[in-house]
Design a protein around this ligand. Sequence first.
Ligand SMILES: [Ca+2]
Ligand SMILES: [Ca+2]
Length: 99
Amino acid sequence: MVDTDYVTSDNDFETDSDETPDTPVRPIVGDADLDGSVTSADALIVLRISIGLDADINVPEAVIDVDKDGAVTSADALDILRFSVGIPVGEIAAAIKTD
Ligand SMILES: [Ca+2]
Ligand SMILES: [Ca+2]
């Protein structure tokens, strides 16, 4: 009789199905440098990306396209800057509250 339990055990080991984190790490909308807060530094990064600088920065577009118009522009940077100084920005606030 062939013992298939070993094969099953190996497959289970590779799927990592038991290691789902309780709180999946989700970037804050507007937090371009992923440091956990939305500041003017994030606005500067987004502004640079919007004009083609720092194109190699690996930030999900969903994080920095705060007005959800499908492009990273200076308008997104301005929204982030406004939010960082306490001016309500609907898109960012809504995205943060959604959870
Ligand atoms: Ca930040
Ligand atoms: Ca945008």
